[in-house]
Design a protein around this ligand. Structure first.
Ligand SMILES: Cc1cc2nc3c(=O)[nH]c(=O)nc-3n(C[C@H](O)[C@H](O)[C@H](O)COP(=O)(O)O)c2cc1C
Length: 214
C-alpha cells in the first residue's frame, strides 16, 4: 500500500483570478458545477454535508444536491434521520463539494431549514417509483435487525401501494434548503499556492469577496 504520508499530487490545471469572477458566488458555483457535469465526473452533484447538534458534536455524510438558486442549496432526506435531528437542534450546516479531476473545492456554510411541503411533493412526484417506495420502506439511521428485514419492509410497502398509480410522499421525507452566508472557492495551483476566493454576505445581505491565503 502507498504510504499516505509520502503521497504527493501536483496541481495547476486552472486558475481562479479576480478578473474572471462572474457577478456572484451562485453564478460561479453554477459555472463550476456545469463544468463538472460536462467533464463527466462521477456524481458531480455529490457533496459532504456537515451538521452539528446542541452538544457541538459534528456529523458529516454525502448527500446529493438537487437544486440551487440565489435563495439556497437543496437536498432531500429523511426528516427523522440523524442529520434531520441535528438540523432541528442547531439549524446550521456546511456543504463541501470536491471535484478532484478539476482540482476544485467549494465550501458553503449557512443555516438550514425545511422547504415547503409543496416543493417536496413536487420533487417526490418526479422520482422513480422504486425510489419513492424506498423512502417509505427505510427508517433512515435507525438500527435494523438484518438485510432481510429491510427487504421485507420494502416488499410490504410495494404491495400496499400496488394498486395505486400515485405514491404519496411520506411525511417523514422531504427537502431542506441551506441559505448560505459564506461560500469559498478553491482552485489548486502550482507550489501549493492555491487560489482561494471567499464570499461573505454583508449587513445588507449583499455578497462581498476577498482572496484568502492558501
Ligand atoms: C453518493 C451518495 C449519495 C447519497 N445521497 C443521499 C441523499 O441525497 N440523501 C440522503 O438522505 N442520503 C444520501 N446518501 C446517504 C448518506 O450519506 C447517509 O448515509 C444517510 O443520509 C444517513 O445519514 P445520517 O444518519 O447522518 O442522517 C448518499 C450517500 C452516497 C454515498
Amino acid at each position: 500500500m502507498k504510504d499516505p504520508g509520502y503521497y504527493r499530487n501536483e496541481y495547476g490545471k486552472q486558475k481562479l483570478l479576480e478578473n474572471d469572477l462572474p457577478s456572484g458566488p451562485v453564478e460561479l458555483f453554477e459555472k463550476w458545477l456545469l463544468e463538472a457535469f460536462e467533464a463527466d465526473l462521477p456524481e458531480p452533484s455529490a457533496m459532504t454535508l456537515a451538521t452539528c447538534n446542541n452538544d457541538g458534536r459534528i456529523s458529516a455524510r454525502i448527500v446529493l444536491l438537487k437544486g440551487f438558486d440565489s435563495s439556497g442549496f437543496q437536498f432531500y432526506t429523511n426528516y427523522k434521520s440523524q442529520k434531520a435531528k441535528d438540523i432541528d437542534e442547531t439549524k446550521i450546516g456546511s456543504m463541501n463539494f470536491f471535484w478532484p479531476e478539476m482540482e476544485r473545492q467549494v465550501r458553503i456554510e449557512g443555516t438550514i431549514e425545511k422547504i415547503s411541503g409543496r416543493d417536496s411533493d413536487l420533487y417526490h412526484s418526479a422520482r422513480p417509483r422504486n425510489n419513492q417506495l424506498g423512502a417509505w420502506a427505510s427508517e433512515q439511521s435507525q438500527p435494523i435487525q438484518d438485510r432481510e428485514t429491510l427487504e421485507s419492509q420494502y416488499e410490504a410497502v410495494r404491495k400496499a401501494f400496488e394498486k395505486q398509480e400515485v405514491i404519496p410522499r411520506p411525511r417523514h421525507w422531504g427537502g431542506y434548503r441551506l441559505t448560505p452566508d459564506r461560500i469559498e472557492f478553491w482552485q489548486g495551483r502550482e507550489n501549493r499556492l492555491h487560489d482561494r476566493i471567499e464570499y461573505l454576505t454583508d449587513a445588507s445581505g449583499r455578497w462581498c469577496n476577498q482572496r484568502l491565503s492558501p
